[in-house]
Design a protein around this ligand. Structure first.
Ligand SMILES: *Cc1c(COP(=O)(O)O)cnc(C)c1O
Length: 341
């Protein structure tokens, strides 16, 4: 049986056909090393975001970039601060750099900026905030974030992980959900992270990027292995940026389908948090590991969240309309199996 992957927040619509075409063409030259500086991609990203190419760096996915940031800024005796229900790579990156990670409580799945500010000490060098957050789907509002950023001590860098930027912006519609790039243009001490893995549908290709002050970006970039972003990845990312219609389709369908799933799952009696992303955080009221096993027997994979301190919650990626109907049917069967009657 082919399992439906609703456990990794991948884009079910896949990449742009233009990106596929560019990547196939790049294969003809794969005996050559890629451009180590990824200059064409960085120039294009800089132009799109109103920055200089020196303020942009590319890496083999944000997971990789997070480790480079931690290596540049942390080390023994230094620490980073984040929330206790956030992206799995923050603890990994901090530990790999020999630093400590301080995790503050997240009431109802949202970052508590007050608690995070209080956790900062003289050894803190990084704050990690995923906005929207994975796995809870929550958002920090732009005004709150701005106040928080202004109050940070000079030696503390805010790492603002906007992996789901395109999805969140679709939910926000005409409002701007994040003013992160304004802060970069103002020269503040932060790095804004975006990736081609999610809305662009290129998770298997491994390319993400960071934007911040040129000096800081150069310091982080020095930690990078030479030729780390492949020629195929650079070509695919460049072409993906040209296909706005493909991106719009993926994000619009996602917002529609989020509503379909939210309504139906609420009718079934589940508590589902409001989402700003391409997945839902769902409280089941029963052991999530066992429930996820039943769903897998029905052909659908979701992510149980015991490792995030939520043994009764799962994270489920929003699929295509067809996939979501399969998911809802499997959910109804799994629910019956755990409800005594
Ligand atoms: C998926 C995700 C990423 C992206 O990881 P890549 O390594 O670029 O694939 C980064 N941050 C968060 C919060 C994510 O959920």
């Amino acid at each position: 049986m082919k399992l439906l992957r609703m456990n990794a927040n991948e884009n079910p619509y896949g990449p742009s056909p233009r990106a596929l075409e560019a990547m196939r063409a790049a294969l003809d030259h794969c005996h050559l090393y890629p451009d180590d500086r990824a200059l064409a991609l960085r120039r294009k990203l800089a132009a799109i975001h109103g920055l200089q190419p020196e303020q942009v760096m590319a890496a083999a996915g944000l997971s990789c970039l997070l480790c480079l940031i931690a290596r540049a800024l942390l080390g023994p005796g230094r620490n980073a601060v984040t929330g206790e229900q956030s992206f799995i790579m923050y603890p990994v990156a901090a530990a790999a750099a020999g630093g400590e990670l301080i995790q503050t409580p997240m009431p109802n799945g949202g970052f508590d900026l007050g608690a995070m500010a209080s956790a900062i000490d003289s050894n803190t060098r990084i704050i990690f905030i995923a906005n929207p957050n994975n796995p809870t789907g929550s958002l920090v509002k732009a005004d709150q974030l701005e106040g928080f950023l202004r109050a940070l001590p000079a030696e503390v860098t805010l790492v603002l992980d906007e992996a789901y930027y395109e999805y969140a912006q679709q939910f926000a519609r005409l409002r701007q959900y994040s003013r992160a790039l304004d802060y970069v243009r103002e020269g503040r001490n932060l790095v804004v992270l975006r990736t081609f893995s999610k809305a662009h549908g290129l998770a298997g290709i491994r390319v993400g990027y960071g934007m911040g002050p040129a000096e800081l970006i150069s310091r982080i970039d020095r930690m990078r292995t030479i030729y780390s972003v492949s020629a195929v990845a650079q070509a695919g990312a460049l072409a993906a940026l040209d296909d706005e219609a493909h991106l719009r389709n993926a994000t619009e369908r996602n917002a529609e389908q989020a509503q379909v799933l939210l309504n139906r799952m609420a009718e079934m009696g589940y508590t589902v948090l409001e989402t700003w992303t391409n997945f839902l955080y769902c409280r089941l009221g029963t052991d999530a590991e066992i429930f996820a096993g039943r769903l897998a027997d029905g052909g659908v994979l979701v992510q149980p969240l015991a490792g995030w301190g939520a043994p009764q919650a799962v994270r489920a990626t929003i699929g295509t309309p067809e996939q979501n109907q399969i998911f809802l049917r499997a959910l109804a069967r799994a629910k019956k199996a755990v409800t005594p009657f």
